[in-house]
Ligand binder design. Structure first.
Ligand SMILES: *[C@@H]1O[C@H](CO)[C@@H](O)[C@H](O)[C@H]1NC(C)=O
Ligand SMILES: *[C@@H]1O[C@H](CO)[C@@H](O)[C@H](O)[C@H]1NC(C)=O
Ligand SMILES: *[C@@H]1O[C@H](CO)[C@@H](O)[C@H](O)[C@H]1NC(C)=O
Ligand SMILES: *[C@@H]1O[C@H](CO)[C@@H](O)[C@H](O)[C@H]1NC(C)=O
Ligand SMILES: *[C@@H]1O[C@H](CO)[C@@H](O)[C@H](O)[C@H]1NC(C)=O
Ligand SMILES: *[C@@H]1O[C@H](CO)[C@@H](O)[C@H](O)[C@H]1NC(C)=O
Length: 369
């Protein structure tokens, strides 16, 4: 018990110590302009090459998030469906874009280059940060038979390692198993693997963690398919085929007393997500679709065993002096969510309300009961 408290306390101080907690998401970063471009030999791939996509993103946005933004903005766009394989520490590598798939028999692969320098990326799309005014080129190409392809140039953007959060003491032990085609990966299928993770961790995070911790282990490579606006789905687990996801409709909303907060209450946001999507991912989706929107800026505090709770949102900070706090409630039942935004999974048809109220904080209300 004291261990739990210590973990959550030290994490809280770690966050407040390095970045002022309430500022974490609101530090203004400069905007950069980035372009994504595709290319292939139309004799080999008889499809027209789509127009390039140019957008503005905050400096320090990962390439994968720009691809996902492109997918969300342009339904039917080339990035609406892509597949990737996760490699420990390096991140996701693209294996297929809109049906054009890596083909080892023909040595044809998706290669990603920085157009300005001609250098190919030295890391996966989830680790690469394009620079201002850069064009990132996704080229489906035949690799030369010798491995010393590419030039000595370096990319204008940079690779950034993932940072792993410490494992909270509320960890649960989970076991995952995996299967692959031994003709593609010339290794026997490994036994299932167990690891400790925070409860509520997504499957993707669990596998990535296992891969990062043990690059020689069985989970270093897995394949997933990204669906525009919906996220990554594992396409090979235990040999099971890609299956239809059960989609649910969820709404997130905000509420406050307009005599206390002198701002109109924003419109709720309703979307479709796979069943089991955690609240924070719905908030991220809302923020991606409307960068000016009210879910784009928020700060949280982490409590061991319960997760992340909102302490500021859309410029409205909690105010302990006046006992004003952000609470998260299920609208229909009026009940507080039992866990934070990184763990709570809204139900089909539900509305989750972030409400700024006077009284005790969400954490106090949950823990004194
Ligand atoms: C990005 O580059 C453009 C053109 O070179 C420049 O006008 C703009 O100010 C740059 N953006 C930032 C944030 O430096
Ligand atoms: C495209 O592929 C065809 C057949 O594989 C080849 O003959 C041609 O030279 C290629 N074109 C380019 C521009 O590489
Ligand atoms: C983006 O961030 C990097 C790293 O912090 C910095 O070196 C670069 O100058 C920034 N670029 C712009 C355009 O702000
Ligand atoms: C994606 O592939 C389909 C089928 O090959 C094609 O009809 C469509 O034009 C492609 N979309 C883009 C944006 O390239
Ligand atoms: C790359 O750098 C090495 C050593 O600096 C040099 O020998 C080689 O020729 C360079 N290769 C290319 C393609 O520039
Ligand atoms: C969610 O609710 C809608 C409308 O009631 C229904 O059509 C859909 O099948 C439900 N989804 C799941 C996964 O139960």
């Amino acid at each position: 018990m004291s261990f739990t408290a210590w973990i959550s306390l030290s994490l809280f101080f770690a966050i407040t110590g390095t970045i002022p907690a309430s500022m974490a998401k609101s530090i203004p970063t400069s905007e950069i302009t980035v372009t994504l471009k595709l290319d292939w030999n139309v004799t080999d791939v008889p499809k027209p090459i789509p127009a390039s996509y140019t957008t503005k993103v905050p400096n320090g946005t990962f390439l994968i998030d720009i691809m996902n933004k492109a997918a969300d903005n342009e339904k039917e766009g080339p990035f609406d469906k892509y597949k990737s394989t996760y490699y420990s520490v390096m991140g996701y590598f693209i294996t297929s874009i809109n049906g054009t798939e890596n083909n080892p028999d023909k040595s044809s692969y998706w290669m990603i280059y920085d157009e300005q320098t001609g250098a190919s990326l030295r890391c996966g799309v989830s680790s690469y940060l394009p620079s201002n005014d850069s064009t990132t080129l996704f080229r489906f190409t035949k690799l030369p038979s010798d491995s010393s392809h590419g030039n000595n140039a370096s990319t204008s953007g940079r690779c950034k390692k993932h940072s792993n959060l410490p494992t909270p003491s509320s960890a649960i032990t989970i076991t995952i198993g995996m299967d692959w085609n031994p003709e593609v990966i010339k290794k026997p299928v490994p036994p299932p693997y167990s690891t400790k993770v925070a409860s509520g961790t997504t499957l993707r995070e669990i596998i990535n963690k296992a891969a990062d911790k043990n690059p020689k282990g069985p989970f270093n490579k897995y394949t997933s398919t990204y669906y525009g606006g919906q996220g990554h789905f594992i396409t090979s687990m235990n040999g099971a085929k890609e299956n239809e996801m059960d989609m649910i409709t969820v709404t997130i909303a905000q509420d406050w007393d307009v005599t206390i907060v002198d701002k109109p209450i924003p419109a709720p946001y309703t979307t479709q997500v796979p069943q089991g999507t955690i609240l924070v991912d719905i908030m991220k989706k809302a923020a991606d679709e409307d960068p000016q929107g009210s879910f784009n800026k928020y700060s949280t505090t982490y409590y061991g065993g319960l997760g992340d709770f909102v302490i500021a949102m859309d410029g409205i900070q909690e105010d302990p002096a006046h006992k004003r706090y952000w609470l998260i409630k299920d609208k229909e039942s009026g009940h507080l969510t039992p866990t934070g935004i990184d763990q709570y999974q809204p139900k089909n048809g539900s509305t989750t309300v972030f409400t700024y109220e006077t009284g005790a904080s969400h954490y106090e209300r949950l823990t004194r009961a």
